[in-house]
Design a protein around this ligand. Structure first.
Ligand code: M6R
Length: 364
């Protein structure tokens, strides 16, 4: 049931502190400040590379994970959408690891990619939300997300639970590969454990998001920008908005602005900038200045320090709680989802059952 909510999507957005907390508890030993991974038939230490395959929102979770695996665990990651990967005949080394990510566990292209990697002799680890699904049953290792049933066609809580699982795996990989000492692991685990509380704080900003949604609802096109792990979040924000509001939206790596999309900037194109005050923040500020100099209107999602350091004149700013940049994608997902949701609701769209879309894409 929807409980006290108007839509399943709203309920599922608001459930995130709870279900992400439950998922984290499954992968973390609070007492020792370490991650606890499922039994693995290989060691992360021996891997040369990792492939990640998924579709849609699950693919964007994988893109965030690429930053984590490469930065924290120094493990090279190849990632692709399953519909491309399955037909590309990519050379895959036996004994290496393929990760597939799927909420439903029934997505046809993702399943075909899994089977391709398996036929090449790879270990298969699936991050799935439905433990009885075909993808789960076909995988030697299942890393469950404990999001509970997701009804809204637009994926929300499954996404953040996927991020929680993938970050836990990346931390475990970093430790196994000798790139993380005990104190370093504890710091990351503490940051992860703090996420549900930060999500709750982010949800408290809902009224401010609603205000911005009224602006977004007037637009024909919207551009989302982000750098680092905020880049996949920009892609996810654009997907969420187009799925449920039918407003055309694109996500771009902020550094790509000059390579094309800057030509679109005018006062009618809201530019949503996702920018926690992290190591690449100053670079994103430069991009925002380029947008502002061309009369573009910016909606900025950042933290207090980001507000102070950017000193930008924006159409609106959403201030997120301070957090370790490593977990920012989980926290910043909340306003990104709320913005799409409230824009669509404001426009009177059917948020839970958007036109032309199916919850689970079991045919290619
Ligand atoms: O069930 P899956 O996670 O495999 O589904 C993948 C995509 O179809 C899914 O994420 C889709 O993009 C959603 N509608 C996104 O909101």
């Amino acid at each position: 049931s929807k409980g006290n909510y108007r839509h399943f999507m709203a309920k599922e957005i608001h459930e995130q502190p709870e279900v992400v907390g439950r998922t984290i508890a499954h992968y973390v030993d609070f007492a020792s400040g370490t991650v606890v991974l499922p039994e693995l038939p290989f060691s992360f230490k021996d891997l040369k590379r990792l492939s990640i395959t998924a579709c849609g929102t699950a693919y964007y979770a994988g893109l965030v994970a690429k930053y984590w695996f490469e930065t924290l665990a120094r493990l090279p990651v190849e990632i692709d959408v399953a519909s491309e990967f399955r037909y590309r005949e990519a050379p895959l080394d036996p004994g290496e690891l393929a990760i597939v990510i799927s909420q439903s566990g029934e997505t046809a292209d993702t399943l075909a990619s899994l089977r391709y990697a398996k036929a090449q002799g790879q270990h298969i680890l699936s991050v799935v939300n439905v433990p009885t699904s075909t993808i789960a049953r076909d995988s030697a290792i299942v890393a469950p997300t404990l999001a509970g049933p997701e009804i809204g066609v637009a994926s929300t809580k499954a996404f953040t639970c996927q991020l929680a699982v993938l970050l836990s795996l990346a931390i475990g990989a970093a430790r196994a590969r000798g790139h993380l000492d005990e104190a370093g692991e504890k710091r990351l685990v503490d940051a992860l454990v703090g996420v549900p509380g930060l999500m709750t704080e982010a949800l408290h900003g809902e009224a401010a998001v609603e205000g911005l949604a009224r602006e977004v609802a007037k637009a024909k096109d919207v551009l989302y920008l982000g750098r680092g792990t905020s880049f996949p979040l920009a892609l996810e924000g654009a997907l969420k908005l187009k799925e449920i509001s039918y407003i055309h939206a694109e996500g771009y790596a902020a550094g790509e602005l000059k390579h094309g999309p800057i030509a679109l900037i005018d006062e009618d194109l809201p530019v949503i900038v996702i920018a926690p005050c992290d190591a690449v923040f100053e670079k994103t500020v430069s991009n925002m200045q380029e947008v502002a100099a061309r009369g573009g209107r910016i909606l900025l999602i950042t933290d207090r320090q980001g507000v102070a350091q950017s000193a930008m004149d924006t159409l609106g700013t959403l201030v997120m709680p301070d957090c370790d940049p490593v977990v920012a994608p989980l926290v910043y997902a909340v306003p990104v989802q709320l913005l799409a949701y409230h824009t669509a609701v404001f426009m009177g769209k059917d948020v839970d059952q958007p036109r032309n879309l199916a919850k689970s894409v079991t045919v290619e």
